[in-house]
Design a protein around this ligand. Structure first.
Ligand code: ZN
Length: 375
């Protein structure tokens, strides 16, 4: 007895598509979508394959995901070969089974069933697929989104198939993500002999009042959807290793995970004002890796909650926790964005696996969401 979702997931897992090397995964998906009347636009950028596919016109619901996977890691820790999909005790094992080849298979099979049932659906069904989400992500979704935005392409709803579930399928969906902003800060002093401090200027000592302010600041209190913005110092370095030298500089790196209560510009201003207040000589570089986004109540959240409740018998918790995802780029198109996928307990680990029954249910959930939005 073969199941189309599991069969397609196995075909994808067999292709060792470690980022950004797609290994033919996208051609497999493209073939399936072409067979049911999708128009395909391949959008390669640099070393990364991407495609945009669509069927129908009007209000647009896109399914988004990635064909790339993280490396297998320590092969000796795998019970079966990572790129040899294996069914064992109701689970499908293999690198990418949960993140996110299982979701891709569930999406494509859902689209096939949806198109068969509603060949003249009233809205537009689309796919936005990349082969680099896990690594640099510079030639992936962000570039496709820029291309689509430059020609004013419409995108109303987007479902990202990232593994959002915790203990049970559908117990959690992501309706937003926090922003991520990193500061690389150098504070300058004057190097000298510890025995002659009057001839030197110790940047460690000078930094302490500033550091104290930095870690004791309440940036915001979060809101209904986001926890309070947090700042964490990730690295701090100063000193030559010698016990008799006052160092000439201190380098540190700190990262903000911020809510929609703040903008990255406000954070930058606040930090720079703090540095000035403490009269520090400094150099500061910022790296913004993602803006926060939030999809409040609306047609997409309603459709996802309804479909999960229908098939899983549980109401999903809406969460904005966790790291960043490609949802951050897609939200820039003004689309409502929600992430729903299988249980994430084994992602990026050895012996990555996904529950077979969950994957079949996920495909039915995706299909019901399509029906609710663009039937
Ligand atoms: Zn993923």
């Amino acid at each position: 007895m073969t199941c189309p979702v599991i069969d397609l997931a196995q075909q994808l897992i067999k292709r060792p598509s470690v980022s950004p090397d797609d290994q033919g995964c996208q051609e497999l998906l493209i073939q399936r979508l072409q067979n049911i009347g999708f128009t395909i636009e391949r959008m390669p950028f640099g070393d990364t394959l991407n495609f945009w596919a669509y069927r129908g016109t009007g209000e647009t619901f896109a399914l988004a995901g990635h064909t790339d996977v993280v490396p297998a890691g320590d092969i000796s820790q795998w019970q079966t070969a990572p790129f040899e999909p294996t069914l064992r005790d109701g689970m499908l094992y293999g690198r990418g089974a949960a993140d996110m080849k299982g979701s891709l298979a569930a999406m494509v099979v859902a689209a096939e069933r949806f198109v068969r049932a509603y060949p003249a659906h009233k809205g537009r069904l689309a796919f936005l697929i990349t082969s680099d989400e896990e690594a640099k992500a510079t030639n992936g979704t962000v570039q496709v989104v820029e291309t689509l935005m430059s020609r004013h392409e419409r995108l109303d709803y987007c479902l990202v198939g990232e593994p959002s579930s915790q203990q049970h399928l559908g117990d959690m969906i992501k309706n937003g993500r926090r922003g991520s902003l990193t500061a690389n800060l150098t504070i300058f002093g004057t190097q000298g002999h510890v025995a002659y401090p009057q001839l030197a200027d110790n940047p460690i000592h000078r930094s302490l009042p500033f550091l104290h302010d930095l870690v004791n600041t309440t940036w915001d209190n979060g809101n209904q959807f986001f926890p309070a913005t947090s700042m964490q110092i990730a690295n701090i370095q100063a000193g030559t290793g010698s016990n008799n030298i006052i160092p000439g500089k201190l380098w540190m790196q700190f990262n903000f995970r911020f809510s929609t209560e703040l903008t990255d510009a406000e954070i930058r201003q606040q930090v720079e004002a703090m540095l000035k207040k403490h009269n520090l000589k400094y150099e500061l570089d910022w790296w913004l890796s993602g803006q926060p986004f939030l999809t409040c109540k609306g047609a997409l959240v309603d459709a996802v909650v309804d479909s999960v409740t229908h098939y899983c018998g549980r109401t999903p918790e809406l969460s904005t926790g966790g790291g960043t995802s490609d949802g951050r780029f897609i939200a820039r198109m003004g689309a409502q964005v929600v992430e729903l996928g299988p249980i994430n307990a084994t992602i990026h680990k050895t012996n990555e696996c996904v529950n077979v029954a969950d994957l079949q249910a996920l495909s039915l959930i995706y299909q019901r969401i399509m029906e609710q939005l663009i039937k």
